[in-house]
Design a binder for this molecule. Structure first.
Ligand code: C2O
Ligand code: CU
Ligand code: CU
Length: 490
């Protein structure tokens, strides 16, 4: 496993991601601070890392296909799932599976999803990263009552991207997502099909999250507890392994944690770097592949990358290591393992040009947003944007339809990382702490990570739908603590 020293060196020497460089000095504070709950002495249910095979979430089949639309049915219900081997855990699910099912969608083709709420609490289904009218955005106040259903229509007028369906019911979203109301929505577009990227069974989603299990394998939810969620799950299984062929694979990482930030690298146990090619960000493909030794994802962020396992001798085992706390590195320092097999024929490729990103429009409005939270030990448990906690009856930002704006977002917390997620729009990062974004952050984004003290300048164009949409910290325990606000586009 990579040690902390390796992690810091990677961050500082490669400069692959600005955030990591700045994070070097934060390791201690991130590891020790920002927790509402004290670490428990008890070990989580014992799981031997890399003892369970990776599974891929089931792909949902449409119950009806018309000339231009696919219709799906999802029932939100309680279920029991085998997460830790040989045990059962009660979870909240989309259609009974943990992680939830994946919906495949195509740009230009409509997706219609009828969600039946068979739970005993209100829910709301948000398509994270989707550009949709308010009525189909799954807003926090726009909930589905128990026993009722709701049909969401997604027109898919945006580039192919890894989108994420998750609960957004006000004040419940963090616990609902934690307990399992989460599923993937993979949008593909025709231009992407022409590129020849690894596809089919060589295009694998990796939905990352952490969880805290008690001795009976029940999931423990404590608001803002970043210390005890030390079991790392990929597609709903703890520290899995995946047997891969000696060829290229495309992996779509999704950080579905409430609080945990991942700084990931392929590791063979030595200090050798094993760079991968990042090909996409939250909102779709990058203009060109970016070779990087580390992949950084805060909650809500997605990273699309390609690894060529043919570079390694059959029998090689590479761990996807995580270099950021909090938590003991024996537990949170590793995510999954790739067991590399014989080379196989591979016609896929990673072209030098992936997607055409439009020129940046000229902004006419500038605003700033400061993120703060009651500091650990202060006794307070609220979180703020520009000094205010969320109020569903207040519009915080009035935006003129059609305009392009620059939003300067600063994390003013002393020790706590935050991020910033906008509904409706994908933005571009203009600057991070005064410097242009690293290649890995130069594409479409809907969520941006900000370590304490960091600032990012975002460019957003509001030329699709009108209405009231939220923006918030996607460390969703924080948004549930108030770090959320509303913009009205009119
Ligand atoms: Cu993942 Cu308000 O969103
Ligand atoms: Cu969202
Ligand atoms: Cu936050």
């Amino acid at each position: 496993m990579l040690t902390r020293r390796h992690a810091i060196r990677l961050g500082l020497t490669t400069g692959a991601v600005g955030a990591v460089g700045a994070a070097g000095g934060l390791f201690t504070t991130l590891t020790a601070g920002g927790a509402a709950a004290a670490p428990r002495a008890a070990a989580p249910a014992e799981v031997e890392p890399f003892s369970v095979p990776l599974t891929v979430p089931p792909v949902l089949a449409p119950y009806r296909r018309t000339r231009n639309a696919d219709h799906y049915l999802v029932t939100m219900r309680r279920a029991s799932a085998e997460i830790l081997p040989g045990t059962r855990t009660d979870v909240l699910t989309y259609n009974g599976t943990f992680t939830g099912p994946t919906i495949h969608a195509r740009t230009g083709r409509r997706t219609v999803v009828r969600h039946v709420n068979a739970l005993d609490m209100p829910t709301s289904v948000h398509l994270h990263g989707g550009n949709n009218p308010v009525a189909h955005d799954g807003g926090m106040m726009d909930t589905i009552a128990p026993g009722r259903s709701r049909t969401y229509v997604y027109e898919n007028r945006q580039p192919g991207a890894t989108l994420w369906m998750h609960d957004h019911a006000h004040h419940m979203e963090s616990e609902h997502v934690y307990r399992g109301l989460s599923g993937l929505y993979l949008l593909r577009d025709p231009a992407e099909d022409q590129l020849g990227l690894p596809s089919g069974k060589y295009d694998i989603p990796l939905v990352l999250r952490d969880a805290d299990f008690d001795d009976n394998a029940a999931m423990v939810y404590t608001m803002d507890d970043s210390e005890n969620r030390t079991t790392i799950l990929v597609n709903g299984r703890p520290w899995p392994y995946l047997r891969v062929e000696g060829r290229k694979y495309r992996f779509r990482l999704v950080n579905s944690c409430n609080l945990r930030i991942f700084v990931l690298a392929l590791s063979d146990g030595s200090a050798t770097q094993h760079p991968v090619q990042q090909i996409g960000t939250d909102g779709g493909l990058l203009a060109a592949p970016a070779e990087t030794p580390v992949l950084v994802l805060s909650p809500g962020e997605r990273v699309d990358f390609v690894v060529d396992f043919s570079k390694y001798a059959p029998g090689t085992r590479l761990t996807l290591a995580n270099m950021l706390g909090p938590g003991p590195s024996e537990l949170v320092g590793q995510v999954m393992r790739f067991d590399i097999g014989e080379p196989t024929r591979d016609r896929s490729r990673v072209p030098a040009a992936l997607a055409a990103l439009p020129a940046l429009p000229t902004p006419t409005v500038e605003r700033s947003f400061d993120l703060t939270m009651d500091e650990p030990g202060s006794g307070g448990h609220q979180a703020y944007i520009n000094g205010r906690t969320f109020d569903a009856d207040r519009i915080d930002t009035h935006v003129a339809w059609g305009s392009t704006e620059v939003w300067t977002v600063t994390n003013k917390s002393l020790t706590i990382p935050h991020n910033f997620h906008t509904h409706l729009v994908q933005f571009r990062i203009l600057e991070r702490d005064g410097r242009p974004p690293e290649p890995a952050e130069a594409g479409w984004k809907d969520t941006v990570l900000l370590f304490p003290g960091q600032t990012a300048k975002l460019l957003l164009t509001f030329d699709s739908h009108r209405g009231v949409y939220p923006y918030h910290c996607h460390m969703i325990d924080h948004s549930a603590m108030g770090m959320m606000a509303q913009m009205k586009i009119s």
